[in-house]
Ligand binder design. Structure first.
Ligand code: UFG
Length: 347
């Protein structure tokens, strides 16, 4: 055998041995669908479970195995793990709207905490050893120090944050008693869309600031409001650390490969380490869209922390993560491009 052929076979074998079958919960949703694309791009095999409470079949690439159901359905999870020989799990499925969690907390505790607990139990029963969990900056609540380090006290301001914090505890304690290893990623504000235009947010009605603002910019909605202008921030509006969805997914891919190499369980923030106020965001949207927005000031929204900015040192050092899209203009311009595609499709 020639040296070139031998080298080619060695490279192929290495790639094949690293290929994983990954169960993506919520894979038909905004963030989960980006994970499915990244897994396909990297040569892995995604398998999706989604109950379509907020997911869309349009976001599922053809050929990807898709199971309709809830992660709390233990029999279904057992069947998927058995029939598809799942190597790892990326658990995105959750309810994620902060104000809704304030008015309907039980929806959040049942859907996020109870169903996630059932799901973790089913994964442990199926012998799954690698688990990447979507948590949130909402576990921190209001903090005196910014940016926020993972060692900060957790003091959620809303039931959404509490429901995720409890799930973190379930995962951590289950892992201590089994051979399950995890990476918990605490997301700050995820926004933007796939730069190649293959996926993005489809939530109707829109629930998050950048989607609402780009809808206003292209005339999908007449006006929008700024919730709270009397926060202790330079312009009085809340500050958030907006992270491009593709950079967030790069953190998940790094987490999977870290666990695959035998890395110990860890928890890391996902953000860039700097924030933008609501007014900053609206200025960038108006500038990128070339369109002034019709904005009015409104009272504070219950459950909002004033400032949430990540210390992402750990993500960079432990997982070797380096962002590619750390630019609010890029985030907004990808979100806007996706919104325009959808308007043309009439979605
Ligand atoms: N906002 C407005 N007008 C709107 C919508 C939002 O002023 O029409 C404000 C909110 O009051 C808040 C900021 O924009 O101050 C961001 O709000 P989002 O609803 O976009 O996002 P949240 O900060 O409430 O929540 C998101 C994620 C959570 C995460 C949290 C942490 O959904 O998972 O960020 O930063 F925990």
């Amino acid at each position: 055998m020639s040296a070139t052929l031998a080298a080619h076979r060695l490279k192929r074998d290495v790639v094949m041995s690293e290929r994983m079958t990954v169960l993506v919960t919520g894979g038909a949703g905004y963030i989960g669908s980006h994970m499915v694309l990244a897994l396909l791009d990297a040569g892995h095999r995604p398998v999706i479970i989604d109950d379509f409470s907020t997911g869309h079949e349009k976001l599922v690439p053809s050929g990807v195995p898709l199971f309709r159901g809830n992660v709390g359905d233990s029999a279904l999870v057992a069947e998927i793990c058995d029939s598809h020989k799942i190597d790892a799990v990326a658990h995105f499925a959750a309810s994620i709207v902060v104000p809704e969690s304030v008015t309907d907390p039980l929806k959040y505790f049942v859907n996020n905490t109870v169903n996630t607990t059932r799901f973790i139990a089913a994964c442990v029963d199926a012998g799954i050893k690698r688990f990447v969990f979507s948590s949130t900056a909402a576990v921190y609540g209001n903090q005196d120090v910014s940016p926020i380090h993972e060692g900060a006290n957790t003091q959620p301001e809303n039931p959404y944050g509490s429901s995720k914090l409890m799930s973190e505890m379930v995962l951590r304690d289950s892992a201590m008693a089994t051979d399950l290893s995890y990476v918990i990623l605490r997301y700050f504000n995820v926004a933007g869309a796939d730069p190649q235009g293959r996926s993005g947010q489809l939530s109707q009605p829109a629930t998050h600031l950048i989607k609402i603002a780009v809808e206003a910019a292209i005339g999908k909605r007449a006006a929008m409001q700024v919730y709270g202008t009397d926060y202790p921030t330079p312009d009085g509006t809340c500050i958030r650390d907006y992270i491009h969805v593709s950079d967030l997914i790069a953190a998940h891919m790094a987490a999977l490969s870290y666990l695959q190499k035998g890395g110990a369980s860890l928890l890391a923030n996902c953000g860039y380490g700097h924030g933008a106020s609501v007014r900053d965001v609206l200025d960038v949207v108006a500038s990128v869209a070339g369109q002034p927005l019709d904005v009015t000031d409104a009272p504070r929204r219950p459950g909002d922390a004033a400032v949430l900015v990540a210390d992402s040192t750990k993500l960079r050092s432990a997982l070797g993560w380096a962002p590619r899209y750390d630019d609010l203009h890029q985030i907004v311009s990808d979100a806007l491009a996706w919104e325009r595609i959808n308007s043309q499709c009439g979605r």
